[in-house]
Ligand binder design. Structure first.
Ligand code: ZN
Length: 54
């Protein structure tokens, strides 16, 4: 039996690290199926907060 490596194309959530293969690869998922974050494909950026401004 020959061993083959099957690589599936999928997505990885940058927020929770969840990896999944969507049914329709041509359509980018709107949210992560696990953490439901709409920013699953966005790396966490430094957020400028205006807290403490007096
Ligand atoms: Zn996620």
């Amino acid at each position: 039996m020959a061993k083959v490596k099957i690589t599936l194309e999928g997505y990885k959530c940058e927020r929770c690290g969840h990896e999944w293969v969507p049914r329709d690869i041509s359509q980018e998922p709107k949210v992560c199926p696990k953490c439901k974050s709409p920013y699953w494909n966005t790396k966490r950026r430094r957020v400028t907060m205006s807290v403490g401004a007096s």
